[in-house]
Design a protein around this ligand. Structure first.
Ligand SMILES: *[C@@H]1O[C@H](CO)[C@@H](O)[C@H](O)[C@H]1NC(C)=O
Ligand SMILES: *[C@@H]1O[C@H](CO)[C@@H](O)[C@H](O)[C@H]1NC(C)=O
Ligand SMILES: *[C@@H]1O[C@H](CO)[C@@H](O)[C@H](O)[C@H]1NC(C)=O
Ligand SMILES: *[C@@H]1O[C@H](CO)[C@@H](O)[C@H](O)[C@H]1NC(C)=O
Ligand SMILES: *[C@@H]1O[C@H](CO)[C@@H](O)[C@H](O)[C@H]1NC(C)=O
Ligand SMILES: *[C@@H]1O[C@H](CO)[C@@H](O)[C@H](O)[C@H]1NC(C)=O
Length: 438
């Protein structure tokens, strides 16, 4: 019993697991303790476990408002560039400070960047799946310091990415990324990381020979020798757009149905590892200014604020995973909002050579809070990849003007290799080690 507990509270990046798998376990355990034994060790153990369980709630809440990005998927269209008004600050609560140190033990998302010459782990110019727009070196970036940082959690270590072990782990599996261009970046990063362990590069191919583009809905890279695919589905809102109703006001061009998950979602079901993101398109500039308005139950909700719509969409996502995902097969992840580094006016983007030492509030975002809340409230296990705090430091790691369109700077997307590789290291550390990072 005691042994079992110490496993429960000590391990893990794992407040996630405590929350998800652990939630049910915890109840049963408390019952049996109280009726079986009161010896000192168990009482202490139970206290620790209780603290861990309570604090698991904390780890999910790193709120506060942060300006939204400009222009993630469509860097060339001027109508996306200025995007001043954004979501409400109603989620603005900070309870992080009250957390006892004990249980911070393995919050892998609480840490710092440490210089490490052994990075990066691949050369994007030798990876056919790193799109040109993210290959900063190929697009003329000269400083290379940004490539050489490792994420170091405060109280534990992330196991170093082991390509052979990972390729074997993925054998016969199907990895599916769903989301916007930031998901595409993580997908590209994963394929490039994995390809470093494959001798015959021709055995890795997009199944239809499709080229990567900003609008493409589905890409699937197959690792022939290992019989697995790593796929990307573009679904920027996760929910399903529909033609505007006939009697809607003229400005309404598209009804975004917050209560229906994207119609391609049926293709996500039969996956082994399923990673979601959404957030960067939920801005007035990309919704209202483009004629996209919300709809629920067939009724237009013209005045609905974006923050509420985002939460409604997440509730739809939650019901979908709960009813469609077979937890014996599929492991579900949701990545939180990826930090951006636009100037306060959001019209300028200055990529630095060094990471910032202070995050200036960028480590929190209301969308991240909403995602954390939704995951916490989901009855199947969902691991949150809370990348907001770590990205907040990396003003040095964005594409800037070293993209495929240097005339439009980009402080939203990341260079490859770079920050998305670390998201994948974390993802693999959750997948490969039972106990998570140690
Ligand atoms: C991107 O911008 C171009 C030019 O303004 C426009 O034609 C295209 O429809 C935009 N794409 C999206 C996804 O909004
Ligand atoms: C957006 O902000 C401007 C001021 O920056 C304000 O005048 C305008 O009414 C706001 N629009 C909306 C839709 O909130
Ligand atoms: C990456 O590979 C390209 C092409 O092989 C080469 O020119 C370049 O020097 C390499 N870059 C680094 C940083 O090794
Ligand atoms: C490849 O993986 C699939 C499951 O994704 C499995 O059904 C099939 O038998 C595997 N093929 C081989 C040759 O191992
Ligand atoms: C490949 O092409 C087939 C037939 O057109 C299509 O059904 C499938 O969705 C495509 N897959 C990808 C990953 O593009
Ligand atoms: C959690 O889910 C339940 C239904 O499953 C819902 O009634 C409740 O509002 C949700 N809470 C949050 C915070 O989303």
């Amino acid at each position: 019993m005691v042994g079992h507990f110490s496993v429960c509270w000590r391990l893990r990046p794992a407040f996630f697991d405590v929350l998800s798998f652990g939630k049910l376990k915890a109840k049963g355990m408390f019952k049996s303790w109280f009726f079986q034994s009161f010896n000192g060790i168990i009482v202490v153990g139970s206290l620790l476990f209780f603290v861990a369980a309570i604090s698991s709630g904390y780890f999910f809440m790193f709120p506060t408002f942060q300006p939204e990005m400009n222009n993630p998927d469509n860097r060339t269209s001027p109508e996306f560039v200025i995007d001043m008004n954004s979501t409400s600050t109603e989620l603005d609560v900070d309870i992080d400070s009250a957390l006892p140190d004990l249980v911070r033990e393995c919050n892998v998302f609480d840490g710092s960047w440490v210089a490490d010459d052994s990075f990066p782990s691949y050369n994007a110019s030798n990876c056919p799946f790193a799109e040109r727009g993210f290959n900063c070196l190929a697009n003329g970036r000269r400083d290379k310091g940004y490539l050489k940082w490792r994420w170091q959690p405060k109280n534990c270590n992330i196991p170093r990415f082991d390509v052979e072990e990972t390729l074997e782990f993925l054998r016969d599996k199907r990895v599916v990324f769903v989301g916007d261009s930031l998901s595409r970046t993580q997908w590209e990063s994963m394929v490039c990381m994995l390809m470093t362990g494959v001798n015959d590069k021709r055995s890795v191919y997009e199944i239809n020979g499709s080229k990567i583009s900003k609008q493409i809905r589905h890409l699937a890279v197959r690792f022939g020798s290992f019989n697995f695919t790593v796929e990307f589905y573009r679904s920027i809102f996760l929910v399903q757009p529909h033609q505007a109703p006939k009697r809607a006001p003229k400005r309404v061009k598209v009804a975004l149905q917050l209560d229906r998950l994207d119609d391609i979602s049926k293709e996500w079901v039969d996956s082994d590892i399923l990673i979601f993101n959404s957030g960067h398109w939920w801005t007035p500039g990309k919704l209202f200014d483009m004629g996209w308005y919300f709809q629920i139950g067939g009724k237009m909700k013209l005045g609905m604020p974006i923050s509420g719509a985002f939460k409604t969409a997440l509730a739809t996502w939650k019901s979908w995973v709960e009813s469609r995902i077979n937890t014996r097969k599929t492991r579900v992840f949701f990545r939180t909002f990826e930090s951006t580094h636009w100037s306060a006016s959001r019209q300028h983007c200055k990529v630095t050579e060094q990471p910032m030492s202070k995050v200036n509030g960028r480590d929190k975002h209301p969308f991240s809070d909403a995602i954390i809340d939704a995951a916490k409230n989901t009855s199947i296990p969902v691991t949150v990849l809370h990348v907001t705090p770590m990205g907040a430091f990396r003003s040095d790691a964005h594409v800037g003007t070293w993209s495929d369109n240097p005339s439009v700077p980009d402080c939203s997307h990341w260079c490859l290799p770079g920050v998305p590789d670390v998201w994948n290291e974390l993802l693999f550390s959750f997948l490969l080690s039972d106990q998570g990072p140690q």
